[in-house]
Design a protein. Sequence first.
Length: 222
Amino acid sequence: MPFQTSVYSSLKNQIDSNVTIVAVSKTKPIADLQEAYDIDVRDFGENYVQELVDKYEALPKDIRWHFIGHLQSNKVKYIAPFVHLIHGVDSEKLLIEINKQGEKFNKKISCLLQIYIAKEETKFGLNEDELESIIQKLPQLNNVQIVGMMGMASFSSDNQIVKNEFDTLKQLFDKYSTSSTENFKLETLSMGMSGDYKMAIPCGSNMIRIGSMLFGEREYKK
Ligand SMILES: *Cc1c(COP(=O)(O)O)cnc(C)c1O
């Protein structure tokens, strides 16, 4: 299925202009991304490092690339030169490595701290103690810029569960938004995907990560 231009347009019309749509293009061919680019999509989200690097090389350079997957420390170096925003920072070790690569490329790398909100063991993220401990370390990490938080709700048909998880993240976001430092200033709250963005936005999300709704269902090669 090609990029769903009309779905994208009506989504854009439905939501407030302060909400950024990240078009999640993982597993999709470059031609599909180019179609999206041609109707002015500039924010793309990818989950796999090699795939992101390949797409970066093939596509126009004014694209803002979001890394939304689970990032391994030893792969940060491949995306550090060009990545716009790393959504899934879920450990101090990873943040230290991102900082190191930022130093190497003489830039500040923007990151979101991923917070664990779901009741599912399979999801990644920091708890509040880990969040506090990362914040303590930030004065030594001058090549990272924490610009917000990211979370993934449970995959559940019970809307109340999902809403509670988004509310929990928003409360944490608000709590930590009041204190800002040189490299910690929360502005972006990345929550909501194809199945739950309609709930995430009223809960305070200003960045949604939309894949299958825009590009069709994904097929994973075995
Ligand atoms: C794949 C993915 C998405 C997009 O999911 P859809 O349900 O296809 O919209 C959003 N966020 C993350 C972290 C993902 O891995």
